[in-house]
Design a protein around this ligand. Structure first.
Ligand SMILES: NC(=O)c1ccc[n+]([C@@H]2O[C@H](COP(=O)([O-])OP(=O)(O)OC[C@H]3O[C@@H](n4cnc5c(N)ncnc54)[C@H](O)[C@@H]3O)[C@@H](O)[C@H]2O)c1
Length: 353
């Protein structure tokens, strides 16, 4: 890979304009050389704003461009996995938005393409790149290894959300061109009437599954134990076993001016508690509280070294750095497949299938 990674970007919608193009175009070591977008008017406006020299209508033309070293994609959830697959088949590394796939079967096909050519896939799970969460993970790992707070008795993830955009004033342009709605292959077992609910649940809670597996270094050691959801297929409680630890995920939505999501790892004699920032609130890492019970009996409010930092910018930096150094991705495609499996498990349990 050249010292400067020449990036092609696919999809010029909300996430591209608000998050990924501002981040990638401002990174030393990365040059955004081409944009593919199905809506030509939008494509021109966005390319002009970000100074992207080459425009393509279809992602296959962008992938074939020899001046494109790697591809980033944020498109419709049903399209982005297929775009990633086509890119991997062409032997080029991919940075893609979550979810990587709507079914394990689709995820396997994408990974097969990666294995065939050796091109790596990174799924943009920004929580793993949050400086506050990195710090929280250091504490969780230290206490697990030392045993000084006893064993973990419970992890509670409260994840209702709220206003995730938080007034982010990066300009956003739109046109009257219709957004392509690609057909997608749903999991074979999923009844048609539950498809929208399943996608809604998946869009949000793949983040929680991916995050907790990372926090506990669980890898594939994660399964769904119990599911209790309302008729909306979204609001309720999911109990998981992750690396042998009981994890309660509280799901639901809330009209909230901030972002209501926090995770508490309970040990026998203390906890590590962490609060997600509103997602698009730039330069605000997660907050961390450590309670050490027993003899010492104290609260700590540690702050990350990377003080004013944004998880989405750090994930873009990580992608470029890994391509330059050969370092493995922190959120690789093979690992992201497990989150798709957990979504399938939740819905199968909920539907009694
Ligand atoms: N990580 C996060 O916090 C987060 C937040 C929101 C959305 N997302 C994910 O980001 C993805 C994109 O979301 P968005 O809000 O930007 O969507 P969007 O609809 O605003 O933008 C997608 C763009 O892709 C274009 N497109 C679709 N198919 C294409 C193709 N084959 N070739 C070229 N262009 C194509 C569309 O015309 C559109 O402009 C979604 O899959 C979603 O799951 C992630």
């Amino acid at each position: 890979m050249s010292v400067v990674v020449r990036l092609g970007y696919v999809g010029a919608g909300f996430m591209a304009q608000k998050v990924h193009l501002p981040n990638f175009t401002n990174l030393a070591g990365c040059q955004v050389v081409a944009l593919a977008e199905a809506r030509p008017k939008l494509s021109e406006m966005v390319a002009k704003r970000f100074g992207i020299p080459k425009l393509y209508r279809h992602h296959s033309e962008l992938i074939a461009d020899p001046e494109v070293d790697a591809v980033a994609v944020s498109a419709h959830f049903a399209a982005q996995g297929e775009i990633a697959r086509d890119t991997l088949l062409a032997g080029k590394p991919v940075f893609m938005e979550k979810p990587m796939a709507v079914s394990v079967e689709q995820a396997e096909r994408i990974l097969e393409a990666s294995r065939k050519t050796g091109a790596p896939l990174m799924v943009a799970y920004m929580k793993r790149y949050d400086a506050g969460y990195e710090l929280a993970k250091e504490y969780v790992t230290k206490f697990r290894q030392s045993g000084e707070l006893g064993r973990i008795t419970l992890v509670r993830i409260h994840y209702f959300g709220g206003d995730w955009i938080c007034g982010l004033d990066t300009p956003f342009v739109s046109t009257d061109e219709p957004i392509p709605q690609p057909p997608f292959i749903k999991p074979a077992w999923l009844p048609d009437e539950h498809v929208q609910r399943y996608i809604g649940f998946m869009q949000q809670y793949v983040h929680a599954f991916n995050f907790i597996r990372w926090l506990l270094d669980a890898g594939d050691d994660a399964k769904v134990i119990l599911v209790d959801l309302d008729g909306d297929g979204y609001t309720g409680v999911v109990i998981l076993k992750v690396a042998g630890v009981r994890v309660i995920l509280e799901t639901g939505s809330l009209r909230h001016h901030r972002w209501d999501e926090h995770t508490q790892v309970y040990f026998e004699r203390g906890w590590v508690h962490m609060w997600s920032p509103p997602l698009l609130l730039r330069n605000q890492p997660a907050e961390v509280e450590v309670y050490i019970g027993g003899e010492r009996h104290e609260y700590l409010r540690p702050l990350p070294k990377d003080r004013w930092s944004w998880s989405y910018k750090r994930e873009a930096e990580h992608f470029i750095r890994c391509l330059q150094t050969g370092e493995p991705f922190r959120s690789p495609g093979e690992d992201a497949l497990i989150d798709v499996r957990l979504c399938e498990e939740v819905y199968r349990k909920w539907l009694g299938l």
